[in-house]
Design a protein around this ligand. Structure first.
Ligand SMILES: NC(=O)c1ccc[n+]([C@@H]2O[C@H](COP(=O)([O-])OP(=O)(O)OC[C@H]3O[C@@H](n4cnc5c(N)ncnc54)[C@H](O)[C@@H]3O)[C@@H](O)[C@H]2O)c1
Length: 260
């Protein structure tokens, strides 16, 4: 299937690791030009070296996305380099465990800044370009907006916000022919996930328990499975899909809990 993504400039926040990196690789395999926006210089240099070796086009800009000025600068740099932006993937975030009982005002707001506010700012800044290209926006979200997780109010609220903004922007951007969708992740083994699982006393046992709860094949979703759906949703082949929350989660969020 030709997804018509060749030479499309696609900005991926947090694209040098985990799910974001998977999306960058999948985009590149389709001939698109991925642009990584991240604060993580070391990992982005590794990606750059690997892309150079393979002779693939790639660009990055360093930004701490909790800083509004750095969000704007990142978008400006992409426009300066390519003169266009065809799509935005909002992906960077962290499950930072700001709980109801032990959290506080400052940490809760900080969590929203880490996980939600830059989704808005990046979309705001790329919008003039997307209007010209009739581009598309894809927000990565988490099942915690549907299921809760306990002990992570900021992250859960941010993910509820990511879902709501997906619908809200899909409506606001109808006149421009810009589609907006979200891909919801439940369990995907990434560096972030590994860090979280290590917070348990017996991480390996916890991991096995979680795998057993995932209805389809009792395993985590792979980064590639998420990335390929993202690329499909960004492409012309999804030309009448907008305002949708797509769960790529092996049935984890919605199927009968008694399934073993
Ligand atoms: N891994 C999972 O199981 C899972 C489940 C549900 C949702 N998600 C969502 O997927 C997204 C990606 O998660 P992941 O597991 O790939 O994470 P990850 O930590 O493996 O990779 C995220 C990358 O984004 C960068 N980043 C994070 N915050 C940033 C900021 N403020 N400014 C600049 N760069 C920043 C990090 O440095 C890192 O390189 C997150 O938004 C998360 O909410 C992941």
């Amino acid at each position: 299937m030709n997804l018509n993504l060749r030479d499309k400039v696609v900005v991926v926040t947090g694209g040098s690791k985990g799910i974001g990196l998977g999306i960058v690789e999948s985009l590149s395999n389709e001939g698109a030009i991925p642009v990584i926006v991240t604060r993580n210089k070391a990992s982005v240099l590794d990606v750059e070296a690997s892309f150079k070796n393979q002779g693939k086009e790639f660009f990055y800009t360093i930004a701490e996305l909790t800083d509004p000025d750095q969000c704007k600068n990142a978008v400006d740099e992409v426009i300066k380099k390519y003169g266009r932006i065809d799509a935005l993937v909002n992906n960077a975030g962290v499950n930072d465990g700001v709980s109801l009982e032990h959290g506080n005002h400052k940490d809760f707001i900080k969590s929203l800044e880490r996980n939600l506010v830059h989704y808005y700012l990046m979309a705001h800044h790329v919008l003039p370009e997307l209007k010209k290209t009739k581009g598309s926006i894809l927000n990565i979200g988490s099942k915690t907006a549907d299921t809760g997780q306990g002990g992570t109010s900021g992250y859960a609220a941010a993910n509820g916000g990511r879902n709501a903004l997906t619908r809200e922007w899909a409506v606001e951007l109808l006149p421009y022919g810009i589609r907006v969708n979200a891909l919801i992740v439940a369990e995907c083994f990434t560096p972030l996930y590994e860090k979280w699982i290590k917070t348990f006393e017996n991480g390996d046992k916890k991991l096995e328990e979680i795998n057993n709860l995932i209805p389809f094949e009792n395993r985590m979703t792979t980064v590639e499975e998420i990335a390929d759906m993202v690329v499909f949703l960004l492409s012309d082949k999804s030309s009448h899909t907008t305002g949708q929350l797509i769960y790529v989660d092996g049935g984890y969020t919605h199927l009968d809990r008694s399934i073993k």
